[in-house]
Ligand binder design. Structure first.
Ligand code: BJW
Length: 269
């Protein structure tokens, strides 16, 4: 990481954004935290506080406790249906409109990037709104959620499951191939709200850097990726990303939530 203060790192990042031809944004659970979606590695609250999300997001948990895992995903599916994208999601959609090429590469399954308007989007770990057959992988449009059992596939009788990628499952080859291709081609990679603990997503920033991109981390805290980032902007993504967009394109008609045309970066609380 370059030895620089917040203001300077912010200005350098805004300048790189304004001049970028190809931007990749790798996002994780932290970008949706300000929408009210819990992250994976922060303390859980409420109904599910006694369960470790990382233990539930496994094929083994589903094999041993299918109803528990199904109910957890049903709770999360309903939770994300009831929240809204936040200024960080909207800022990335704005960047897509402003630069020649942009791709959001998300580890999130919540669909909030699409709802915010991002169209160049890779969902590495699937989407919680979809359900598929656990045997054949066929996506199922409708299922019967009444009753106490996990619903079954109408075609083959196997249990249905969320269409997400659990630990030790392969990511869709076309998704990871497209993400790696963007990492090789981008001139700026923004790494937003991810702990960088989970592979292969966590390898994308170092690939981008090795191929010549400027890598900027936006996160509340230091992560395993911080040391190899060019700049780290510490603070909430919902404040920093809109401010970067407004600084990079002060005259653009913007939907993001910071005062128009500001030249100095806000100091996150
Ligand atoms: C804010 C903020 C705010 C908060 N503003 N910031 C190479 C080396 C070592 C291990 C492996 C390797 N390759 C593969 C592996 C194994 C494994 C792995 O990575 N294990 C590690 C734990 C070591 N990977 C896999 O198994 C992957 N499959 C695979 O590689 O297949 C090949 C294979 C086959 C067989 C055997 C081995 C390999 C699949 C990984 C799938 C991950 N799935 C999950 C669940 C998805 C479905 C669901 O949502 O339920 O994906 S796990 C979970 O972690 C979820 C997330 O997408 C992912 C990453 O979490 P994320 O997004 O980083 O969230 P957090 O909570 O960790 O961090 C939040 C961050 O936000 C924090 O830093 C906060 O500070 C910050 N924050 N508020 C800014 N307002």
């Amino acid at each position: 990481m370059r030895d620089t203060d917040y203001e300077s790192a912010f200005e350098q990042t805004a300048r790189a954004l304004a001049g970028a031809r190809c931007v990749a944004a790798l996002t994780g659970a932290g970008i949706s935290a300000e929408s009210g979606v819990p992250t994976f590695r922060d303390a859980q609250t409420g109904l599910w506080e006694k369960f470790d999300p990382l233990q539930l997001a496994t094929p083994r948990a589903f094999a041993e406790h299918p109803k528990l895992v199904w109910d957890w995903y049903t709770w999360r599916r309903e939770l994300v249906a009831g929240v809204k994208p936040n200024p960080a999601h909207y800022a990335l959609a704005e960047i897509e409109r402003a630069v020649p090429e942009c791709m959001v590469i998300t580890q999130n399954v919540d669909g909030l990037h699409r709802r915010a308007g991002s169209r160049k989007l890779i969902e590495l770990h699937g989407n919680i709104a979809r359900v598929k057959c656990s045997r054949e992988g066929t996506v199922v449009e409708r299922w019967d959620s009444a009753g106490d059992e996990v619903p079954r596939c109408a075609a083959c009788g196997a249990l249905l499951r969320p269409d997400v990628v659990w630990f030790e499952e392969m990511l869709a080859p076309e998704a990871i191939d497209a993400a790696e291709s963007m990492a090789r081609r981008c001139d700026l990679m923004l790494v937003i709200g991810t702990s960088g603990e989970v592979y292969p997503a966590a390898a994308l920033p170092s690939l981008a850097k090795a191929c010549g991109a400027l890598v900027v981390e936006i996160n509340l805290s230091a992560t395993t990726l911080s040391a190899s980032a060019d700049y780290c902007l510490r603070g909430p993504a919902g404040t920093i990303l809109p401010a970067l967009v407004n600084d990079a394109w002060p005259d653009a008609s913007s939907i993001v939530a910071t005062p128009r045309g500001r030249r100095s970066p806000p100091r996150p609380a």
